[in-house]
Design a protein around this ligand. Structure first.
Ligand code: HEC
Ligand code: HEC
Length: 191
């Protein structure tokens, strides 16, 4: 091997090792790691982020735009078929917009997604169960059963589990890691 080839080889190995160590270090302290590898970043997200502008505008106006990967297809179909009475509100849409949104939700639903939390949510459902709330799923309840009521329903800055982004500082990005939780008026979650 010529000397310059050796040097090139060493540089390449050093660069990839540094990259891996960097990703590992950043992963460890749960900071953003925009400089890490794309695949690594994706593998850390819990659900796929919302990427549909129509969905975001129509379904993110009253509350957080829940990622489609938080509920299974059957749930989205049922919800989109009853928007005139949506948890007591009228959220009806034109047939055309409804179809655009339903197609997006179904294609990215929990039972079709490869993201880790989507798979767990889908896997936790009983047969024939059609939850209309993410917060009614078995997986969600298991993950939130240690949180005292005074931090949620009785917390004037939260009020209900529907407000994912009130506690999950990176919910918008699709990251629900327990180490990124900060409960309003309480602070970081340490368990
Ligand atoms: C007019 C206001 C409004 C619009 C528009 C709206 N929602 Fe809602 N949504 C609500 C209310 C109110 C609740 C109940 C919130 C609570 O209990 O705190 C809710 C709850 C939800 C929940 C359950 C969250 C949980 O607790 O797990 C989902 C899922 C949801 N909406 C999806 C959608 C989708 C999809 C759309 C778009 C088609 C949409 N929403 C549009 C008002 C709205
Ligand atoms: C009152 C604050 C609060 C709200 C609101 C809330 N969460 Fe959480 N969530 C937590 C805490 C605290 C944990 C960590 C619990 C534990 O590990 O004991 C958690 C854990 C999770 C986890 C598991 C993360 C992990 O690292 O294991 C997921 C997924 C999650 N939440 C999703 C959601 C979604 C989706 C919503 C909205 C529908 C939501 N949460 C609303 C506080 C909240």
């Amino acid at each position: 091997m010529k000397t310059y080839q050796k040097i090139l080889g060493i540089v390449a190995i050093t660069a990839s090792t540094t990259g891996l160590l960097y990703s590992a270090a950043v992963y460890g302290d749960d900071d953003d790691h925009e400089g890490g590898f794309g695949w690594f970043k994706q593998s850390k997200l819990d659900v796929a982020p919302v990427e549909n502008a129509v969905y975001r505008a129509e379904c993110g106006s009253c509350h957080f735009a829940y990622q489609p990967g938080l509920l299974p297809e059957v749930s989205w179909r049922k919800m989109m078929a009853g928007l005139e009475d949506h948890f007591g509100d009228n959220a009806e849409l034109s047939a055309e917009v409804n179809k655009t949104i339903l197609d997006y939700l179904v294609a990215n639903s929990a039972d079709k997604s490869d993201y880790k939390r989507s798979k767990k949510i889908a896997g936790s459902l009983k047969q024939d169960e059609i939850p209309l709330r993410i917060s009614d799923t078995v997986y969600f309840k298991r993950k939130h059963n240690e949180i005292p009521v005074r931090f949620v329903a009785d917390n004037k800055d939260v009020g209900s589990y529907s407000k994912c982004a009130a506690c999950h500082t990176r919910a918008e990005q699709g990251s629900y890691n327990e180490h990124e939780v900060k409960i309003p008026g309480v602070g970081r979650w340490e368990d």
